[in-house]
Design a protein around this ligand. Structure first.
Ligand SMILES: NC(=O)c1ccc[n+]([C@@H]2O[C@H](COP(=O)([O-])OP(=O)(O)OC[C@H]3O[C@@H](n4cnc5c(N)ncnc54)[C@H](OP(=O)(O)O)[C@@H]3O)[C@@H](O)[C@H]2O)c1
Length: 279
């Protein structure tokens, strides 16, 4: 298959290029394809003529989106709309990646694909608008919600916590729950999904829920870091954007594609960090 990836320089984009290396992959960063530019998107699709487009590009700074609403909507809503439109007019399917943050976290149980979204932040609203545009404009779509992505070389919560760690204790919220997802596991699941032709909305995230505290404590232990991790309420960290307190994802969609447990993801993450450190 010939696959065009947008957002190719991001954490997921890089994992996708690796997982799909047995295909002909063009992983384009923002410098080559700015998804907010319809003419550029159309030209890229006309030039590449891919069998499928995978959009891994997004405005992912949740707090910054609160004060950069127009840019968040440009990248997270207009961008996927441009891709869906351009792909549909060439009868090309699209994968679009979205987020657990479309939910408000009040269900008190894991969210499945048919639960009703209710975004709490500008980021979440812009991502939901992107999902809706893709569904509306390209019937051959996979809209994939994932959560709490991490990879050894990515900008993610674990790496930010270990960067501020050093010797001082790190304080982490123990009252926010989600589905930590190792980006290479998501990329492998997407590689399987695009073979199915079963268009629709999917939740693809690491199995088992965790609090942010549990995730960081387990990751630090796996990395061999001695830094103390202290559980605290999230109210200790006033943030611009509201986040769901419980957005664990589950799936009732078919075909069912299950990712490994998030603890397996942390084990592989730690191994990748150790390998990189030895180089
Ligand atoms: N990270 C998470 O915890 C998480 C959780 C749930 C869902 N997701 C979703 O998963 C997907 C992948 O996230 P990620 O963690 O890989 O994010 P990431 O590392 O921030 O990567 C996003 C990429 O998109 C690029 N980009 C931004 N604006 C663009 C534009 N106008 N045109 C083309 N590229 C553009 C960014 O480039 P610059 O660096 O130049 O801005 C960056 O390389 C996103 O859809 C995100 O919403 C992520």
């Amino acid at each position: 298959m010939k696959i065009l990836i947008t957002g190719g320089d991001g954490q997921l984009g890089r994992a996708l290029a690796a997982a799909l290396r047995h295909h002909r992959v063009d992983a384009a960063g923002r410098d080559r394809i700015d998804i907010t530019d319809l003419a550029a998107v159309r030209a890229a699709i006309a030039r590449t003529v891919p069998d499928i487009v995978i959009n891994a590009a997004a405005f992912t700074n949740v707090d910054a989106a609160q004060t950069n609403q127009a840019q968040a909507f440009r990248v997270n809503a207009l961008g996927p709309r441009n891709l869906a439109l351009a792909a549909a007019s060439a009868a090309i399917p699209i994968v679009h990646v979205s987020t657990d943050y479309v939910f408000d976290g009040t269900a008190g149980r894991p969210y499945h694909e048919y639960d009703r979204p209710n975004p709490l932040s500008v980021y979440a609203a812009s991502k939901l608008a992107g999902e809706e545009a893709v569904r509306e404009l390209n019937p051959r779509h996979y809209v994939v919600r994932t959560a709490w992505l991490f990879a050894a070389d990515g900008n993610n919560f674990i790496n930010r916590m270990s960067a501020i760690g050093g010797r001082a204790p790190v304080r982490v919220a123990d009252d926010e729950f989600g589905s930590p997802t190792y980006a290479p596991h998501l990329a492998q699941a997407l590689a399987a999904l695009i073979e199915t032709g079963a268009w629709g909305t999917y939740h693809l995230a690491g199995q088992g829920g965790a609090s942010r505290f549990e995730l960081v404590a387990h990751a630090f232990a796996s990395l061999g870091l001695k830094t103390e991790v202290v559980p605290v309420p999230h109210s200790e960290f006033p943030a611009a954007a509201r986040r769901p307190s419980y957005s664990v994802l589950t799936s009732i969609q078919q075909p069912q594609i299950l990712l490994p447990h998030w603890r397996q993801g942390v084990a592989e993450f730690a191994e990748a960090c150790h390998t990189a450190a030895r180089r």
